[in-house]
Design a protein around this ligand. Structure first.
Ligand code: ADE
Length: 366
C-alpha cells in the first residue's frame, strides 16, 4: 500500500503540468486528426519550428477529408523545409485510406491505427491517449530520458526493447482519468526540465523521488549510443538557368526526397573533371561556381558542389547528355519564376533556389 502522504509520480507530475503546461496549438480541441498531424510533425521537428507549419497546414486542410482530396505536390509544398518528407506522403496516403476504409474517421483503436502508413507505436499511443482518452503510452526519446532517470534504469532511447519497457512503466503509473495529460506532462518535463545535457533538477517536480538525481546519475542516464557515421555521397549540382527559366527535375516517386523537385545533377557515371573540361570549351555557357554544402539525412550525407550554368535560351543542347535522368521526366523541364517559387524543394538544395529568387534563407531547419 502506498503511503498517502507521499505524492505519487502521477500526482506530482500532473500538478506541475496544471501549473506550467505549454499552450500549444495542438492542445486546443484535441481531435484525432489534429493530434495525429501534430505528432507526425513533431517527430523530427522542434516545437517552435512546427507551430507555423501546423497552423498553415490546418488552415489549408482543416479536416481529414480535405487532406484526402489534396494533391501530393500541395502537401509537400506545405511541408517544405521540415525535412523527412515521407512523413507528409504517408499522412496523405493514410488520409486517403481512412476515407476509403473508415468513413473518414481516424479509428480510436491501436491495431487499426498501426495499420495506417506512417503510424507507429508512438503516434498510435499519442492519438489514443490525447484524443480518444484511452490508457496508452506514447514513448519518445524525451520520455525515455525522464523515466530512465526517475527509475534509475539503464534504458536507451534507441532500443526498441527499452522503449517497450518504458511504455509498460508509463501504463503502470498512468492515472485512470487523465492519460493524455499524463503523456503530455512527461513530454513537457523532458522538453523543458529534464534536459539531455544540463537538466534543471532543482525545478523538477519529480526530483524528490528521482533515482538519477539522488544518486548523481543524470549524466549517465539514459544510455547514449554514439550516432553512427553515415556514408557521404559527393554530388555536383548543376543549376541551369536561361533568361526567365530554370531547369528543374522531379525526384523519383520512391526513395530519398521522393517526389520533390531539385535542379539538375551531374549523372553519377560521369567524371566531374571530364565535365568541367567539356564546359571550358562551351562558349555559350556562362559558368559560375556556387557555395558547396553538406546536408545530412538520417542514413546518408550529401556533400554538394554546385555550378550555375547560364544558357542564352531554354535549350539544354549537348548539356543534356551529362545530366542525371532518373525521375518521372527523364529530360526534366523548364520552370518560370513563379513556378520555381511554388515547386516543393527539399532543404538540402533550397538555398540555391532562394538565391536565384533573391529570397532570404529559411531559419527553420528540421
Ligand atoms: N512532442 C511530441 N508531441 C508533443 C506534444 N503533444 N506536445 C508537446 N511536445 C510534443
Amino acid at each position: 500500500m502506498n503511503d498517502p502522504s507521499i505524492p505519487t509520480l502521477a500526482d506530482a507530475l500532473l500538478s506541475w503540468f496544471d501549473r506550467t503546461r505549454r499552450d500549444l496549438p495542438w492542445r486546443q480541441n484535441r481531435t484525432p486528426y489534429r493530434v495525429w498531424l501534430a505528432e507526425i510533425m513533431l517527430q523530427q521537428t522542434q516545437v517552435q519550428t512546427a507551430i507555423p507549419y501546423y497552423e498553415r497546414f490546418l488552415s489549408r486542410f482543416p479536416t481529414l477529408a480535405d487532406l484526402a482530396q489534396a494533391d501530393e505536390q500541395a502537401v509537400l509544398k506545405l511541408w517544405e523545409g521540415l525535412g523527412y518528407y515521407s512523413r507528409a506522403r504517408n499522412l496523405l496516403a493514410a488520409a486517403r485510406q481512412v476515407m476509403r476504409e473508415d468513413n473518414g474517421q481516424l479509428p480510436c483503436d491501436f491495431k487499426a491505427l498501426r495499420a495506417l502508413p506512417g503510424i507507429g507505436d508512438y503516434t498510435a499511443g499519442a492519438i489514443l491517449s490525447l484524443a480518444c482518452g484511452q490508457q496508452a503510452a506514447a514513448v519518445d526519446g524525451n520520455v525515455v530520458r525522464v523515466l530512465a532517470r526517475w527509475s534509475g534504469t539503464a534504458w536507451s532511447a534507441k532500443s526498441l526493447q527499452d522503449r517497450r519497457q518504458a511504455a509498460d512503466f508509463v501504463l503502470t503509473h498512468m492515472p485512470a482519468g487523465r492519460p493524455g495529460d499524463f503523456n503530455e506532462a512527461l513530454m513537457d518535463l523532458g522538453a523543458t526540465v529534464c534536459l539531455p545535457r544540463e537538466p534543471r533538477c532543482p525545478a523538477c517536480p519529480l526530483a524528490g523521488g528521482c533515482q538519477a538525481y539522488c544518486r548523481n546519475l543524470t549524466a549517465a542516464l539514459p544510455l547514449r549510443d554514439k550516432s553512427p557515421d553515415v556514408p557521404t555521397e559527393r554530388r555536383l549540382l548543376l543549376l541551369i538557368a536561361a533568361p526567365g527559366f530554370w531547369h528543374v527535375r522531379q525526384r523519383p516517386p520512391r526513395g530519398l526526397l521522393a517526389g520533390l523537385f531539385t535542379f539538375d545533377w551531374l549523372a553519377p557515371d560521369q567524371d566531374p573533371r571530364a565535365f568541367r573540361t567539356w564546359l571550358q570549351g562551351q562558349d555559350n555557357v556562362l559558368v559560375q561556381p556556387l557555395p558547396s554544402l553538406t546536408h545530412r539525412f538520417s542514413h546518408l550525407a550529401w556533400h554538394v558542389d554546385a555550378l550555375r550554368l547560364g544558357l542564352p535560351r531554354a535549350d539544354l543542347g549537348e548539356l543534356a547528355a551529362w545530366l542525371e535522368t532518373d525521375g518521372p521526366q527523364p529530360d526534366g523541364r523548364w520552370a518560370g519564376r513563379q513556378e520555381l517559387q511554388q515547386l516543393p524543394f527539399p532543404a538540402a538544395v533550397d538555398q540555391y533556389r532562394r538565391q536565384e529568387l533573391d529570397e532570404p534563407p529559411k531559419t527553420a531547419s528540421p
